[in-house]
Design a protein. Structure first.
Length: 287
């Protein structure tokens, strides 16, 4: 039996059966929680007054993203949770259940008969415990990160060929982002290339956003970013830039704070860690 798991997702860790009247109040609360978070994560601008119903555009589904036999679940999700931003429904190792992937990087599981959904991660027990949901998310992160052009990132490379790389969603006013940057020489010396992506924590159109845009638009973005991370000012600049796209990308891969590190194999390491611990976490021996 699989026990409910406390999850980073926005959905309560509970089983819900839509056909029972006794669950009506819980279901309504469930929907309200999801609606509030979809507004924040998907930046849905229009909310109707009164009942607070969300206005959003419909999602265009790619047929290749839906497993055979998931039609009933898909239809029930569309009926009961019509604003759910589903991007795919996939087979799982749990008989009778599918993995439901959503646009904001969140996920849930649903029964093939469309009666049940639950949040949390699915684990496989064996000689080692494997988080199957996180494995799937890692594959997705690799796909998303590989689609980012190198020239859109601010890259700090070792003087010798890199052993591996990390992609770091960063904010210039974040204390731990600055602390990580101060160890750049040590990180590079360990053979790790650092690829920075912009993630202004305060959001778009804020003073921090303006600073990050100015760094990305500078003649030497590496020097400009270093200046900001050491408390210095740089000239305000404007240009065509990827900051907003990278901010959205961060939300897709599950960034909730900075620095957020995505390894070459797609694992998400939230928060700062010293260079030697970082090397250990990504599988380098530190020598």
């Amino acid at each position: 039996m699989i026990s409910p798991v406390t999850s980073r997702n926005y959905f309560p860790s509970a089983w819900l059966e839509y056909g029972k009247q006794s669950n009506q109040e819980k279901t309504l609360n469930f929907l309200e929680v999801m609606k509030r978070n979809w507004i924040r994560e998907l930046k849905i601008a229009s909310v109707l007054s009164g009942l607070g119903l969300i206005v959003c555009t419909s999602i265009a589904f790619a047929q290749d993203n839906f497993a055979e036999g998931s039609e009933v679940l898909r239809a029930q999700l569309t009926k009961s949770l019509q604003n759910l931003p589903i991007t795919g429904i996939y087979d799982t190792e749990l008989d009778g259940f599918f993995y439901v992937e959503m646009e904001n990087g969140q996920s849930l599981y649903g029964s093939a008969d469309g009666k049940y959904i639950f949040s949390g991660d699915l684990y496989r027990l064996g000689a080692q415990v494997e988080n199957l949901a996180e494995t799937r998310r890692s594959v997705k992160r690799v796909e998303l990160m590989n689609a980012v052009p190198r020239e859109h990132m601010v890259v700090f490379s070792p003087s010798t060929p890199a052993k591996t790389h990390i992609s770091v969603f960063t904010d210039v006013d974040c204390g731990y982002c600055r602390k990580l940057h101060l160890e750049m020489d040590e990180i590079n010396a360990l053979g790790i290339e650092v690829r920075y992506l912009a993630y202004p924590r305060q959001g778009l159109g804020t003073p921090t956003y303006t600073k990050i845009v100015s760094a990305w638009c500078a003649a030497n973005p590496n020097d400009a970013l270093t200046a900001l991370k050491t408390g210095k000012s740089i000239p305000t600049k404007h240009c065509d830039n990827p900051v907003a796209d990278q901010y959205d990308l961060g939300q897709q891969v599950g960034v909730t704070g900075t620095p957020a590190i995505v390894t070459a194999d797609g694992r998400l390491l939230p928060g700062y860690m010293p260079a030697d611990r970082l090397a250990e976490a990504i599988g380098l021996d530190g020598r």
